[in-house]
Design a protein around this ligand. Sequence first.
Ligand code: HEC
Length: 258
Amino acid sequence: MNKSYIWSLPTRAFHILLMVFILAAFLTGEEDELLNYHAVLGYAVLILILFRVVWGIIGPKHSKFKDFPLSIAKAKEFTKNIFDTKQKYIGHNPAASFVMVAILITIFLIIVTGALAFGIQEGKGIFSFLNDSFFRKMELFEEIHETLTGVLIALIAAHLLGVLSDKLLHPKHGTLNSIFSGYKNTENNESIKLNIFQKAIAFIFLVLFFAFLIFNLIQPKNILIASKYEPIDYMTQNELFVTECASCHTLYPSKFVA
Ligand code: HEC
């Protein structure tokens, strides 16, 4: 048995960041006051997904999409021999490969529909111009966004179930541990090593990711988040009305009052 280095640091960092940010997005999605944070989290996850796609093309062997056994025949064969303790797939097994790709695509669609709903219904972000139009009352994208969230929860459940069953059926492979330590137990030495180009790309994405978060802290009214409408401060426009009359009369922007 060999201890092989399968998941490089960027792969593992991606996994943890994705976990944390998806969880945070779930937690901020329900509250209207947290919607701006929710949107920032969504864009941050988009950077992570983008990284994973690039990593799937130029990354180390086991992280490459080319290494994903995405075939129905292999998936069938894998399920049939699920109790076989011999380790045939070093990186992702066929079932896991399908779930991984589905998770990446679903998250991407969730972000796109989220940004559209944010623009159309809230008049915020890059699609805020759509709020002007007759689409304003359209809740289609919000509905797709929420439905896909349900799909994502199901996929995450499938992922956890897969990891758990692997832990029970193939405990010797050390799959669960590998996403934290990077190492799996393999028959032959299957270790990967990052080249300088891969290291540079991973580093650039990491910097981009945190720079994006810091940028949002410093510049909370940036184009991704900002509302197309100027908030009205009634206190400065007519303080007396706010203090004396507003408890009973609804306030309207003065331009609407003849
Ligand atoms: C305690 C609640 C309350 C407060 C405070 C209040 N209003 Fe009113 N106001 C009313 C109600 C109720 C009516 C409707 C009376 C009716 O229809 O007979 C009204 C009617 C009016 C009207 C008449 C509207 C119409 O169409 O005839 C004006 C003008 C008005 N309020 C101005 C003010 C202003 C200015 C202030 C602040 C200085 C103020 N109100 C504070 C409850 C309030």
